[in-house]
Design a protein around this ligand. Structure first.
Ligand code: ADE
Length: 295
């Protein structure tokens, strides 16, 4: 999978993504991250890429021309490389320079889009579901804004997605782009050694993951829960399900909407050790989240 990051600070994203699991994934050729300097595409003699906003207001805006030309250079390279398109689609994408790129369609009237994501606090909040969705693309263009943002005309022309990483404002889109690359890359087959760990962890099932413990068995007087040492896989799974649910209740009650109990889950109340308070919570959750056709 290829990530094309359009930015004014290429070294920032490249330095941030060249270590650990993501760095290794790139070495193995499972992913490729390129950072394109938007400034290299400006027509301005002084290499300027920003200007004042019409109508007044604080700060400067990134101008449409360098952003568009940078995006177009990347887009044309992807198209000429083939990247899963038929020749006809490639021609269409190439020839559709202006009209067919309009209205956020991304690129082509054939419906084939080169996914172009603008990182902005005005986007929808990035989720694990988005990460899976993006991981299906062969090429993903990530556009990082700076200053007060980017001229909306070019965004309308090229962007297929507007993504925020949370309701707070950063100085630019580089850190959000790096977060997105990290979250998407680890879903690319082969990037994680243990593919099942991506399935059991938080958000994959819609709720948080259960607590985990490693050696030593006793640390500073605190013992690992007995059941995890029992070797009884069924018991371990039951304990983990209960703990994941109670943890979600405590830390992220907003995610409980994703919780669906089956009839068999009633048995957990008796089978898994819980405090009296936890039992009450679990009983209430059973009442509220039992799949209606299974009661
Ligand atoms: N750029 C600045 N703040 C951002 C945010 N919260 N998410 C995505 N891009 C941003």
């Amino acid at each position: 999978m290829n990530f094309h990051i359009l930015t004014l600070f290429p070294e920032m994203v490249l330095n941030g993504l060249d270590t650990s699991i993501i760095g290794r994934a790139e070495e193995k050729g499972l992913i490729h991250v390129e950072a394109r300097n938007i400034r290299d595409y400006t027509n301005d003699r002084h290499k300027k890429v920003d200007d004042y906003p019409y109508g007044g207001g604080a700060g400067m805006l990134m101008q449409a021309q360098p952003v568009y030309d940078c995006w177009k250079a990347v887009r044309d390279e992807i198209v000429s490389r083939g990247s899963g398109n038929t020749a006809a689609e490639a021609d269409e994408i190439k020839s559709g320079d202006s009209t067919s790129e309009s209205a956020g369609s991304g690129n082509s009237s054939s419906g084939r889009r080169i996914r172009t994501v603008y990182l902005t606090p005005q986007g929808r909040t990035f989720t694990q579901k988005d990460a899976h969705d993006f991981a299906r693309e062969e090429d993903l263009i990530l556009l990082c804004g700076h200053y007060e943002g980017i001229d909306d005309r070019v965004l309308d022309r090229i962007c297929t997605d507007y993504i925020s990483i949370g309701d707070y404002v950063l100085t630019g889109g580089e850190l959000p782009a790096m977060i997105l690359v990290d979250a998407v890359s680890r879903l690319v087959p082969g990037v994680l050694h243990n593919d099942t760990s991506a399935e059991t962890e938080s958000f994959e099932s819609g709720i948080l993951e259960y607590p985990q413990y490693s050696r030593p068995e006793v640390w500073e007087g605190e013992k690992v829960p007995e059941v995890l040492l029992s070797g009884d896989h069924k018991k371990v799974d039951e304990w983990r399900r209960v703990r994941a649910i109670l943890r979600t209740y405590e830390r992220r009650p907003d995610l409980l909407k994703n919780l669906h109990f089956k009839k068999a889950d009633r048995k957990l109340l008796k089978r898994v050790e819980m405090t009296a308070e936890e039992k009450k919570i679990f009983e209430k959750l059973l009442q509220d989240h039992m799949d209606s056709d299974r009661i």
